[in-house]
Write a protein that binds this ligand. Structure first.
Ligand code: SAJ
Length: 422
């Protein structure tokens, strides 16, 4: 298949935290982009030039691309030169098994409009072998087209398929989409080069070509590496706190060692990436991943350890109102997925009956699991702190920086982020 080709029209399937910025940046570089999402509200807000997610500068880029007619959103895929699939790949059940149902639905939605010469790229993080699976799903629907065979990469095929996982950090997505190096794994030899030609319109970082299965494991390894290191920091916190030692002093001083770089302890690990992807490695090798699985459990157990600490505080013991600041999984974003802050409040309610006032500037209503709890209410910062006998910082949003230690005079303080450290 010819790899030196222009991609005049690209379909991006899944307009979430990765898909929408990817669609907007491609459109801003002159490629006509059709964004596809199953949520009609998302489609409508994007066609109105208003992104439905909070990310720096995204509103400007989306608005610009839509008003120039370079970006339109719709509910189904249409014919295009390339299809980028950026749908959620969560886990399911107690065993954290990969849930590929969104990926399969997106693949099957694209199948009818595929034509010879097209490219299909899986951006979503996936377990090893899922990109091959996408090829099999497509071949089952379109037996009139030849698909790449990873066991015989040189075999002729009409469609290119590759995995090119995003690596962007929420809060810096538009910048990192362009600047980060990119790993591209093809099912067939030319599939990676074909994908490199597409991303060449956007990516200024280096592009590293490999096989699809290698690229799949690279992505998962990046996030598992971070998860294991955060687990080490959280385990240090679990050791230091009962000993009355400030774990942040331990981390700061240890990091002066030339070969030590301990990450920040916190209330746990959230988001749809680091709290999920390690399980995909474990799913491929359940008996060979004790460290990766243990790190997951250490980080998943952190909210309960934080709740124990809060419940043991004097004012809390006396029935004081508890103000919990932040629900997003990290600072200055509106993403609550797998957020440890939510789990801390849930664990707290299991331990104490005190009134809990939650402050989260990025949401208008409490997530369902908290709304169902007794005497847990969303409140403005000043009101919550004024009535509270205990103040717990769970997410270090800039909006909370206005609080001074004077405001917190006489209150129990639990700062899980080290933002108030003097
Ligand atoms: N966290 C800590 N201590 C730290 C760093 C993070 O407790 O020192 C917590 C955060 O508060 C948050 C969670 O870990 O709850 C994850 O936050 P993050 O900022 O580390 O990462 P994400 O999930 O927002 O983005 C990650 C990034 N992966 C890596 O840095 C290896 C990003 O580059 C990926 O593209 C993204 O996952 C993804 O989509 O996979």
């Amino acid at each position: 298949m010819s790899v030196n080709r222009d991609f005049e029209h690209v379909c991006v399937i899944g307009l979430g935290y990765v898909g929408l910025p990817t669609a907007a940046v491609l459109a801003s570089r002159g490629i006509r982009v059709t964004g596809v999402d199953v949520n009609p509200a998302t489609v409508d807000s994007i066609n109105a030039g208003k992104p439905h997610i909070i990310e720096p500068d995204l509103d400007m880029v989306v608005n610009g691309a839509v008003s120039q007619g370079q970006l339109t959103a719709r509910a189904e895929p249409v014919e295009a030169d390339a299809f980028i699939i950026a749908v959620p790949t969560p886990f399911k059940g107690e065993n954290h098994d990969p849930d590929l149902s969104y990926l399969q639905a997106a693949t099957e939605a694209a199948a009818p409009v595929l034509k010879k010469g097209d490219l299909v790229v899986v951006e979503s993080p996936v377990p090893v072998g899922a990109t091959r699976q996408v090829g099999e799903w497509l071949a089952a629907i379109r037996n009139d087209l030849a698909f790449p065979d990873p066991d015989n990469p040189a075999a002729a095929h009409d469609i290119c398929i590759a995995h090119s996982p995003e690596r962007v950090l929420p809060g810096r997505v538009l910048l990192e989409l362009v600047r980060n190096d990119r790993v591209i794994g093809g099912l067939g030899d030319d599939c990676a080069r074909c994908t490199q030609a597409l991303y060449g319109a956007v990516v200024e970082g280096d592009m590293h070509l490999t096989t699809a299965s290698t690229a799949e494991l690279v992505k998962l390894s990046e996030n598992a590496f971070r998860d294991v290191n955060i687990a080490f920091a959280n385990e240090l916190a679990n050791v230091a706190e009962p000993l009355g030692i400030d774990v942040r002093d331990v981390v700061r001083l240890a990091n002066y060692h030339p070969r030590v770089n301990i990450l920040n302890p916190g209330p746990g690990v959230g988001g749809h990436c680091i709290a999920v992807d390690p399980w995909f490695i474990a799913a491929s090798a359940p008996d060979r991943t004790p460290l990766i699985q243990t790190a997951r459990r250490v980080n998943d157990a952190r909210p309960a350890a934080v709740a124990d600490r809060i419940a043991a505080m004097r004012n809390v013991h006396d029935g004081a109102v508890i103000a919990c600041l932040g629900l997003s999984y990290k600072a200055d974003i509106d993403d609550l997925r797998e957020s440890p802050a939510i789990h801390v409040v849930e664990e707290l309610r299991k331990r104490v009956g005190n009134p809990i006032r939650v402050v989260e500037p990025h949401v208008a209503t409490l997530p369902t699991s908290l709304a169902a709890l007794d005497d847990v209410e969303l409140a403005p910062l000043a009101d919550a702190v004024a009535v509270a006998g205990a103040v717990v910082l769970l997410t270090d949003h800039k909006a909370f920086a206005a609080l001074t230690l004077d405001d917190l005079e006489g209150k129990d303080i639990v700062d899980t982020r080290g933002a108030w450290k003097s």
